[in-house]
Design a protein around this ligand. Sequence first.
Ligand code: NAP
Length: 224
Amino acid sequence: MKHVIITGAGSGLGAELAKLYACKGFHIILLGRTKSRLEKAKNEIEELRGKATIFTCNVANYADVERVIEEIAKQFPSINGVINNAGVGYFGNLEQLTEQEINEMIDTNVKGTIYLTSKVLPLLRKAEQAKIMNIISTAGLRGKVNESVYVASKFAVRGFTESLVKEFADTNIAVTAVYMGGMSTPFWEGSNHIKDSSRLKDPKFVAEKIINEDNGQPEIFIDR
Ligand SMILES: NC(=O)c1ccc[n+]([C@@H]2O[C@H](COP(=O)([O-])OP(=O)(O)OC[C@H]3O[C@@H](n4cnc5c(N)ncnc54)[C@H](OP(=O)(O)O)[C@@H]3O)[C@@H](O)[C@H]2O)c1
C-alpha cells in the first residue's frame, strides 16, 4: 500500500484531500497539532473504508518535525507523497499585525513546509515514485491589500516549490505547487477579513479538482 503524509489534515482542505486520497487506496498519515481533530478525520476515513494513522506535530517546530518523521519511519519506511497543507493567516494593515501573528505565519507556512519536506526526503527517495505537493494560494501569485505577510509567506513557498521542481527534475520525486482562491474552512474563524466566508468554495470541491487535475505537472491552478 502507498503512503501519503498530509499536514493540517484535521480540518478544511487537508481533511478533504485525506478522504479522497484514502478512497483512491492510499494509507493516509494525518499530521496536525490537535489530536481530536485528527481523530475525527481518521474516523471519517475509516467510515469510507480507508486507512489512516495520526501523528500530532507542530510543523513550525524543527525538533518536533524531526521526532515525528523518526516515528513515521519506524512504521512506514518509504513514503510516496507529502502534501504540505498546514497554514495560518492573519489579515489587516501591516501595523496592526502582532509579532506573534507575523511569526506564526512565517513559521508555519514557510518554515513548516521547509522543515517537513527536508526531513521526509529520505523516505520519499525510497519510494519508486514520490510526490511533494505544496498547497499555496492565489496569495502566492500576487500581492493583496491587508494580506501582506500572508502573501509574503506564500510567495516564499512558491519560490521554494519552484526551486525543488528544478532540483528534483531528474529524480523519482515530482513536485507540484497548487494555487487556489478562498475556501469555506476554519481558516477564517475569528477573522473579519472576508465578509461571508460561507460563500467561498467548498474545500471538498477544491480537493476534487486538485486530484482530478494532478498529472505530475509543476503547477495546478484552481483559480488565478
Ligand atoms: N481557506 C482559504 O480561503 C484558503 C485559500 C487559499 C489557500 N489556503 C491554504 O490552504 C491550506 C489549508 O487551509 P484551510 O483553509 O483548510 O484551513 P484550516 O481548516 O484552518 O486548516 C489548516 C490546518 O493546519 C493545521 N495547522 C496550523 N498550524 C499548524 C502547525 N504549526 N503544525 C501543524 N498543523 C498546523 C490546523 O490544525 P491544528 O490547529 O490542529 O494544528 C488546521 O487543521 C493553508 O495552507 C491555507 O493557507 C486557504
